[in-house]
Design a protein around this ligand. Sequence first.
Ligand code: SN0
Length: 316
Amino acid sequence: MKLFSSVNDVKDVPVLVASALQLKQNPYAHQHLGKNKTLSLVFLNPSLRTRMSTQKAAMNLGMNVIVLNIDKEGWALELRDNVIMNGTTVEHIREAAGVMGEYSDIIGVRSFPGLKDREEDYSETIFNKFVEFCKVPVVSLESATCHPLQSLADLVTIEELKTTARPKVVLTWAPHIKALPQAVPNSFAEWMRRADVDFTIAHPAGYELSTDFTNGAAITHDQDEAIKDADFIYVKNWSAYEPYGSVTGGNEDWMLTNDKLEAVAPNAKVMHCLPVRRDLELSSEILDGPRSIVIHEAGNRVWAAQAVLKQMLEAL
Ligand code: SN0
């Protein structure tokens, strides 16, 4: 694999999931693959799980890792072409990404959306410029529209913990006070569509995701109906796709509680990519109770990242 930016870059999803679960059983079996190879993790936005799990995955494979919080520690980057750089930007992405490629065998990039200009975010301008100019394989650490390492870990978690052959999986919108990206739900939807699961999306009217990602999924505005008899409920807030980046109030009752679960989905396991705002997005009684698998899910981020890096190292 030369690029990991979405599920569409994966040749065989079940093989990648199986590889992650094998690596979980035997993390250090492939240390030779990464010997003297360098992974650079470049962050334009904050990170906890992605940074730590991808670094650990790389170390398990014997790689060296460089982390650069370029938003705080690097020069201010110019992303536009054909501009005279007489303002606040110091270095063009052409040189910055090109130089990073000289120091790295694989690069990971995190580049959140601005949530102002839909066309710009959905054309993945920043991520694609890194890919173009660094000239080494690139893994997405969450781009403007996708978070494939998260979704792979989510699918690994579902495969690992499912108790029926074809589990019912529900992605449900949750309340928030801020405009958040659509990257996590976009990716989750497209990975679930490639998995052997019964998949439903529930959200209030106005929070429709791009059909490029949800095409074929069952979509409802009735949360109780959606979560009925669910095996896995994936909780996530996102801002509107249309009008782009907007947030409308009045949907506070979409926060999942134990009462809702006990009524219609007593056996559901509850997932969230984290970070989660307690008692705004998801009730603390669920997070602190037996139904939550969010910590286990975050633990699986290591094996997802390791499966991806392993395929990339094999293709170097
Ligand atoms: C990011 C998102 O895409 O929703 C990262 C998730 C892995 N989440 C946030 O930005 C949360 C910010 C907040 O203030 O709660």
